[in-house]
Design a protein around this ligand. Structure first.
Ligand SMILES: [Zn+2]
Length: 343
């Protein structure tokens, strides 16, 4: 079994941040865990994650346990959003507008009113380099699928909400959202990278400028010293010493450049600081997708908060997408994003 690199990185970071030692090889993470962490996760103190006994896969209970442990300290609020009116017609237009199924045909079947759950996560990041940058990001995902729901977190304030106490939670709040949350956290990282793009570019520009200046400085220094070698008053020893100094300049310049690279390195610390979970009444549509000789049914949701059909998740890379392509698989076909369809 080959490890998913994102899951392996997540598990390694989490275990190491909590006192574990992790040794990675191509198909397994060998971890040594301190007693409290091993008890919290219900793993042995020496564990091979990614092996047959502890598979590290999307949707696996092992991953659920890791995600649960990584997020238990986050404050969570629970609420139900009051939706005054649920859309009852016009779904053909909505589906055509919000989803595309490149090489397949779609029929809209049963529609029903149902409830589903969304989570808004608030993440804070600190980027440290020659300067410091901080930011706060909010992002919503659909809990059962992990799809990122754009603008939900902004529109939610237009609706009334009933909040629940921890001991009176309705059963719609599932505990098994580990894989979805993991997908959402990855999306949060992409958002942060986007938010930081100007900062990253500015650090890169400064590094480039300082490296160019350093090279120029050492080049002219070497040139000056070479000219001075011709001075008639220099003794043989002095000339030899000066030549040695000239010879050592390139290595000195490379050391200075390595220091600069280190100075402009960007280290990012991301913390999830809060989560809000909402139950929302939505219109569920069952789509039938026809591709070559195969058919598949697919539930999609009309989200009254964003007033759009929620996007879907690529069944290969788990990225959120509204542009779906169909790809042959052993069991018929799978739904993939544009990037995966080209791979
Ligand atoms: Zn994909």
């Amino acid at each position: 079994m080959i490890l998913d690199s994102d899951l392996a990185r997540f598990a390694t970071d989490f275990l190491e941040n909590n006192g574990g030692l992790v040794d990675t090889d191509s198909d397994c993470l060998h971890a040594l865990l301190p007693a409290d962490l091993s008890a919290a996760l219900d793993f042995p103190e020496e564990v091979r994650l990614g092996g047959d006994d502890y598979p590290l896969l999307y949707g696996s209970p092992i991953l659920d346990r890791l995600v649960h442990a990584a997020t238990t300290d986050i404050p969570v609020v629970y609420g139900a959003i009051a939706i005054p009116y649920i859309k009852k017609a016009g779904f053909d237009t909505a589906v055509a507008h919000d989803l595309s199924f490149g090489n397949g045909k779609v029929q809209i079947g049963v529609r029903a009113e149902t409830r589903t759950s969304y989570m808004v996560i608030t993440g804070r990041y600190i980027a440290l380099s020659d300067e410091r940058k901080e930011g706060l990001m909010r992002l919503t995902f659909h809990e059962p699928s992990g799809a990122i729901i754009e603008k939900f977190e902004n529109s939610i304030t237009d609706f009334e909400c009933t909040y629940f106490r921890q001991d009176t939670l309705p059963p719609q709040f599932s505990n098994r959202i580990g894989a979805s949350l993991q997908t959402a956290l990855k999306s949060l990282q992409y958002c942060i990278a986007e938010d930081m793009a100007p900062f990253t570019a500015s650090m890169r520009r400064r590094l480039h400028r300082d490296v160019t200046n350093t090279r120029e400085y050492y080049r002219s220094l070497a040139e000056e010293m070479r000219v001075s070698l011709a001075h008639p008053n220099l003794s043989d020893t002095q000339r030899m010493e000066r030549q040695q100094k000239i010879n050592s300049l390139p290595a000195e310049a490379e050391r200075k450049i390595a220091d600069l690279q280190h100075k402009y390195d960007i280290r990012i610390d991301i913390r999830i600081c809060a989560a809000e979970r909402y139950i929302v009444n939505v219109a569920q549509l069952i789509l039938t997708i026809l591709y070559r000789k195969a058919t598949r049914t697919l539930p999609v949701f009309y989200n009254p908060v964003t007033q759009r059909i929620d996007p879907l998740v690529c069944e290969s890379c788990h990225k959120t997408t509204r542009r779906i392509f169909l790809q042959d698989s052993k069991t018929g076909f799978i739904l993939v994003c544009p990037e995966c369809s080209r791979a």
